[in-house]
Design a protein around this ligand. Sequence first.
Ligand SMILES: Nc1ncnc2c1ncn2[C@@H]1O[C@H](COP(=O)(O)OP(=O)(O)OP(=O)(O)O)[C@@H](O)[C@H]1O
Ligand SMILES: [Mg+2]
Length: 507
Amino acid sequence: MKMSEMWTTMGSTLASFMFLWTIMRQYCPYGVQRFFEKCTHRIVSYFSPYIRISFHEYMGDRLKRSEAYAAVEAYLSANTSKSAKRLKAEMGKDSSNLVLTMDEYERVTDEYEGVKVWWVSSKVMSPTRSPMSYYPEQEKRFYKLTFHNKYRDIITESYLEHVMREGKEIRLRNRQRKLYTNSPGYKWPSYKQTMWSHIVFEHPATFETMALEPEKKKEIIEDLVTFSKSKDFYARIGKAWKRGYLLHGPPGTGKSTMIAAMANLLAYDVYDLELTAVKDNTELRKLLIETTSKSIIVIEDIDCSLDLTGQRKKKADKLSDEETDKDVVGRKEGKEEGGSGSKVTLSGLLNFIDGIWSACGGERLIVFTTNYVEKLDPALIRRGRMDKHIQLSYCTFDGFKVLANNYLKLETHPLFLTIKRLIGEANITPADVAENLMPKSPLDDPHKCLSNLIEALEEAVKAEELEQSCPIEHEELLQQNGSIKENGELPADQAMNQCQLRLCNGT
Ligand SMILES: Nc1ncnc2c1ncn2[C@@H]1O[C@H](COP(=O)(O)OP(=O)(O)OP(=O)(O)O)[C@@H](O)[C@H]1O
Ligand SMILES: [Mg+2]
């Protein structure tokens, strides 16, 4: 057969095939269409000297968005959006600028060490489950890279590595950090791709603005930074790249504020896990798999989240007298919010923290907060699970100086001496100090705010003295009054008045 005849035969075969294909697309069911698509691809790739690599947005069972896809997306948006003719515009970081990426079915070229490659962004629709299906069709997006066979080595060995590295760096730079939550009572529709809902994370707390002793602050910052740079170390010692922090202390001592400061220091996302809204251990695992790296998974008030404290004790102990109101409220909420109540168990939670699944993703902090560390099951907070225990306590003079600088822009003041003396004697939380330093009217100058704080400190000192002189009466009064604060304190003025009243009455 002559060369020209061969080309003619090939051309007409392809033309007939294309014609058939057009008809099929219009009239045939999805399965038949896919079959013909595959045949076309095989014929084309048999004759073509070009290689194609696809990067799909979701792989396999679609549990997680592909990191490779996201890196390609970032790389292309930074490097080739100038050459693309059809672009997609989206709000970028801080909603302050528009980010342009190539639109669907757009094709751009890129050059690497003199080699030309082509990228196409595309999508296919997955079939609906049945003709009556309620769920909409799912879009499966992907990028396709095309290059000549003779450059196979350079592309697969070095260009792709370059794309991934640059893409990841760009993503990190442009990342808009997010605060995720697994909303309580929220029914997860099966067509939805994630169990987490999110908003932009914009908490302003930093370690600089935290009232904490300087050495403690330095130690925590160093610990966090060392962790974030220890990928190779964790790989060498054969440990998953994650670290657990237990923050404990009375209410208002800055546990939640510290989580925000941690996230801001390391530029991590925050996953605020509401345990009472998690149906069972399987759902807990799904939630874990969906978290990304560079994130903090937070379980606040772990002692109240579920009945995790008493799992190893007998059932009868469950509602013992020792339990505080807060515990009971926590469990009640779990029952109500979760409808049937959460079936997450202690072993489920332990698996969540350091089971085999916990290693996926890497570079993650798990943070528990509690007001009552002594109530937690030791298994939950042993070293290795909760690697670092941080106790947050009452405000010190160093802490006060940070708050005075934050709230009043004061580094020194004649009243500081009095405050230094009183703050050493009183148990006052940073939250209370902050509240007193807050100007209450436009006329409140720094002197007035500091005087307010001195008043509050004097009351706290009196309450301390009272507690030490007649601890039983003090405790009884707190219980009778019902105004006991969560950390076991009664507002100083109330305690004083009531104790004086009792002493006067001789009771
Ligand atoms: N150490 C601190 N440094 C700076 N501000 C603080 C600190 N502790 C508390 N605050 C202030 O008090 C408020 C309450 O603090 P935060 O919510 O962090 O306390 P918490 O320990 O999480 O309390 P709870 O146990 O009730 O959840 C914060 O908004 C913050 O303004
Ligand atoms: Mg808190």
